[in-house]
Design a protein. Structure first.
Length: 183
């Protein structure tokens, strides 16, 4: 029997293409990253705002992944995104993914700060699942084409020995604010 929360989550995911994309990217990352990485799909930050597509808790840092499923050649000029066509034509892409990833990283930073982790590096990344980065040099965050390239990037960033206790502590800090005991 399906748990009511699982049913509600799957119903919501079917209706929202961004949610389906986040789930798909998170699943691929879970399958390909080492066991000491924790992948959260559609993480709910404490501020009650929109869910964060994908969060990867690595050995000593967090990654905020903003997946985009746009097709074709994509251009980013000072965080304004366009779909590039032959000739000089361009079509604006609403909701710039680089700005969303950067804002979501700030939201996680606030959550980690109230959870007792102030200096943990957080890296926002835009991953293009189908599109090609034609010219994205002026993006305020890293832009990676393809989930496999993202996995390679995350592997390169996995510095130091595996520390599952630290990863779980970071996950708990994201989930629960720090509690102060008074005597």
């Amino acid at each position: 029997m399906t748990h009511p929360l699982q049913w509600a989550r799957s119903t919501m995911s079917r209706a929202d293409p961004r949610a389906r994309l986040a789930e798909r990217v998170a699943l691929a990352l879970r399958e390909q990253l080492p066991d000491d990485h924790l992948v959260l799909a559609r993480h709910s930050a404490r501020d009650g705002g929109e869910r964060i597509a994908v969060v990867v808790i690595g050995r000593h840092r967090l990654f905020v992944i903003e997946p985009r499923d746009d097709e074709g050649d994509l251009v980013c000029y000072q965080d304004h995104w366009y779909r590039h066509f032959e000739g000089a034509m361009a079509q604006t892409i609403a909701d710039p993914p680089s700005l969303r990833a950067k804002a979501n990283a700030q939201r996680l930073r606030r959550d980690l700060g109230t959870g007792g982790f102030i200096n943990v590096p957080i890296e926002p990344i835009v991953v293009l699942t189908r599109g090609r980065p034609h010219d994205v040099r002026s993006s305020c965050v890293e832009v990676i084409a393809g989930v496999e390239a993202l996995v390679r990037h995350l592997h390169r960033q996995a510095e130091g020995p595996a520390d599952p206790v630290h990863v779980q502590a970071l996950a708990a800090a994201l989930d629960h604010p720090i509690n102060l005991a008074t005597a």
